[in-house]
Design a protein around this ligand. Structure first.
Ligand code: F6P
Length: 500
């Protein structure tokens, strides 16, 4: 395995412009078209030698075996002794897992039909409460494709800061609001507190049976029942679907409700197309795998600590925060599946923003700063808006210009006005931002994250790193525990000496 990494590290490095000059077929070899999306990796430093070295590394890491294990429902999440069956939600898994997912989807659909038929009265607002994977996915989906077509006004509240809930409910009529409580575990403190406050708000505003207005999305139905939600309004999903991979399950309920069932099915179909591609395409023609090769190259050979994702489309503005959880919670690990030190950089730090705004804020560093930051541009050919002027064309022109400028750079007599160039980027160009294409895009990111984990030999499906902070918060809350002087002083300053 270390030999395989050595070959990756040894591969000669050439400038991007030289690579284009030397390889007439570079663009076609490093472009993948799948699911209505063009993935252009040609402006990365991937060369024939590097691809061969990475294929050998994939071989050494038993990539095919690991991928088969994922789809076969093996317990790839070794630390928690669980499978990772999010792909079963879109038809790729064991017959049992696919059947189970379909049964849960059918239940979800029936509840949506009932809501639409007026079973809850005249619902106009959806207050979705959840955090992390139980919020980021639905929020992203509704924001991306629910702008014109949403049949309900949806607010997603995650933060325990009461200001977030207050802001959301300010515009809502309690008597026309459905409260959706999304939590895989149904124990997350922030979500439970927000749910209780939402129930109090319903009651204060004349809703006679507040609990009757609550729908629970969870893999722990017993906990939801304990909380007071009626069994008929619980939409379960499988324990083997991880939080940050859960938007395909009942966690996607607000999106399915707001956008309609057909749209939700298209989302699943788009993801299924990408799963099929990931399972069957040769590694060097496989979009998630090529992206993972580039990720590893920049993180492990060139020392890039971050990667930046810029959505050149307002509809995709929540993509960067969505990816931050997907990538950093999955692969921000220091040990291998066997518990040994991983020995090299694992997840890059994912950050980003929206173009063209970001050009006038952070792109200075990307062009002339001392950090190497691989950039990812995500754009769509079709605009959403109907403005007459040149908006969408200008948006895309800017996106393409930035990738070209990063690569070619520009020499000037004045060093301050020189651009070194040779800065890598990937361009992901969607035909349009519709449910099917978005499904393919999100599944691409999921499988890329998994491919990275396999190359690193880490478990992408646990997240123990978030636990210690939760325990400490509980200890502060319950008191009687002596913290370090700094923390102790902060506690006393905020709550007074008696609080702990
Ligand atoms: O604290 C991290 C985490 O467990 C995430 O992995 C998860 O998406 C989020 O909290 C919310 O968890 P739950 O859906 O159980 O409320």
């Amino acid at each position: 395995m270390s030999d395989a990494w050595a070959a990756v590290e040894r591969a000669p490095a050439k400038r991007l412009t030289e690579l284009f000059a030397a390889e007439p077929d570079r663009l076609s070899r490093l472009t993948v078209e799948e699911g209505g999306i063009r993935f252009d990796f040609s402006k990365t430093h991937l060369t024939q030698e590097l691809l061969e070295a990475f294929e050998a590394l994939a071989d050494a890491m038993q990539f095919d075996r690991a991928r088969d294990a994922l789809f076969a429902g093996e317990k790839v999440n070794v630390t928690e002794g669980r499978a990772a069956e999010h792909s079963a939600e879109r038809g790729h898994g064991t017959p049992e897992s696919v059947e189970r997912a379909q049964a849960f989807h059918a239940r979800m659909r029936s509840l949506i039909d009932a809501i639409e038929a007026g079973a809850f009265g005249p619902i106009r607002h959806i207050l979705h409460i959840g955090i992390g994977g139980s919020a980021l996915g639905p929020d992203f989906l509704v924001d991306a494709i629910g702008r014109d077509e949403s049949r309900y006004d949806v607010a997603v509240v995650s933060n325990v800061d009461g200001a977030a809930l207050e802001e959301a409910i300010r515009r809502f009529d309690a008597t026309a609001t459905l409260v959706v409580v999304a939590s895989k575990t149904f124990t997350t403190t922030e979500t439970m507190l927000n749910a209780r406050s939402a129930l109090a708000w319903l009651e204060e505003h004349g809703v006679e049976d507040p609990y009757g207005r609550v729908v629970a999305l969870t893999a722990s139905p017993d906990k939801a029942i304990e909380f007071g939600v009626d069994e008929t309004r619980i939409l379960p999903f499988s324990e083997t679907v991880g939080g940050r991979y859960s938007l395909w399950s009942s966690i996607g309920f607000p999106a399915a409700l707001a956008l309609g069932w057909d749209a939700f099915e298209s989302l699943l179909e788009g993801a299924s197309t990408m799963d099929r591609h990931f399972r069957t395409a040769p590694l060097r023609e496989n979009a998630p795998v090529l992206a993972a090769f580039a990720d590893r190259y920049y993180a492990n050979v060139r020392g890039a600590q971050t990667r930046a994702v810029f959505a050149y489309d307002e509809r995709l503005r929540l993509l960067p925060p969505y990816l931050q959880q997907l990538e950093m919670e999955s692969n921000g690990k220091s040990v291998t599946v066997g518990g040994q030190p991983v020995g090299r950089a694992s997840s890059q730090i994912t950050w980003g923003g929206v173009g063209t705004d970001a050009q006038h804020a952070v792109f200075q560093l990307l062009h002339q700063g001392t950090h190497l930051v691989p950039v990812e541009f995500v754009a769509a050919v079709e605009p959403e808006h109907g403005l007459e002027f040149d908006h969408h064309r200008q948006l895309l022109i800017n996106c393409f210009a930035q990738g070209a400028a990063l690569m070619t750079g520009k020499q000037a007599d004045d060093p301050a006005r020189s651009y070194p160039g040779d800065r890598p980027s990937t361009t992901i160009l969607l035909d349009s931002v519709d449910p099917r294409t978005l499904g393919a895009l999100i599944a691409f990111y999921e499988q890329r994250t998994f491919a990275n984990a396999v190359l690193l030999n880490i478990n992408a499906f646990d997240q123990f790193g978030v636990e210690l902070g939760k325990e400490m918060a509980k200890a502060i809350d319950s008191g009687g525990f002596e913290f370090d002087p700094s923390t102790q002083a902060l506690i006393e300053r905020a709550f007074g000496p008696a609080a702990n």
